[in-house]
Write a protein that binds this ligand. Sequence first.
Ligand code: NAD
Length: 383
Amino acid sequence: MLLGILKESAPGETRVSLLPESLKSLLAQGIAVTVEAGAGVAAGASDAAFAAAGATVAADRASLLAAADLLPVVNAPDAADQAQLKPGAVVIGFLRPLDAPATLATAIDRQVTLFSMELVPRISRAQSMDALSSMATVAGYKAVIAAADLLPRLFPMLMTAAGTIPPARVFVIGAGVAGLQAIATARRLGAVVEAYDVRAAAGEQVRSLGAKFLDVDLGGISAEGQGGYAAELTEEALDRGRDLITRTAAHSDVIVTTALVPGRPAPRLIRKAAIEAMRPGSVLVDLAAPAGGNCEMTQPGVTQHIGGVTLLAPLNLPAEVPVDASALYARNILNFLGLIAKKGELAIDLADEVLAGACVAHRGQPVNPRVAKLLEQANSLTR
Ligand code: NAD
């Protein structure tokens, strides 16, 4: 069996799906590894390091695509790459099956088995494969570092002979994995931190990091959906959050916003008025930009200056920390591979809830029911 490591082709992508240190256990079970030349360079893994770890380095991407039985990737291969895949091959990565299912059609037609890291169920047994959490952790950290770099103020309180500098005030919206890491990072830098989330359960975690949790009375509705995620709220409930955010923005130097509802566009929580309420020089980082953004002014991927406030809407912050982001991702991938490759052979048991949940398609057929429905809708639109 051949495992191929591709050089990621998406613009700005610097991560790689596996690193030289990932190869030992694969090679030990008789899986051969070929890596596309240059695949790991931006993530600190040279071709020589891959070769020293036992991989073959190949310059010819097309041959690698045609020969690989297993293809761990960061991002989904594009349609041209998919058209070259070997039927029966297995592709594993961030395939965006809920927001861009139609882009996987070519691979599904070619009977390629697709596993999406976004769909790995968040159960205890699969925690070591939870790549969404790994990348959210990196993004939450980096968002605060980016904001601290741009802010024309210091984060910590400083008491000097020249007087006292007050600490920066950071407001984190959405206290999931990224938000909690943003809170922890801002606290480590000495900022005073407030946070808001619709899930009441987030309050305890926020407080345990030394931040203040802001509560909103949602009128008795439950904001907790399936699997511990937030549910989509009514406009009225969203408005209560928007009011709180506008009030809090007025005294915040930095806002890091991370609110998401799985499979839905990001909730629009930050009005233009909230940005206008911020002091000149303040910074807003919209980590929900890939899902459209939490701020009504956000243009995904574009940095804007609005009345003296800088609005960042990064699409891929983990790619700005490629060494550690790749190290975490590679471990998630390696743990996932442990479920489907045993003693050097592919053994895909779709009775396993982790595999069934993560499987987009197998033998030409959609598997995950949510993705199957979306693919059906996409097909009926093109018919
Ligand atoms: P996410 O990225 O889907 O959302 C980020 C945060 O935004 C969430 O905390 C959510 O409640 C919040 N949010 C959504 N709509 C909002 C709104 N209108 N206003 C304010 N906040 C809003 O979530 P996530 O970071 O992936 O994690 C969500 C939950 O899952 C957390 O409780 C986390 O601890 C849990 N989790 C469990 C596991 C596991 O058991 N393996 C792994 C990761 C996360």
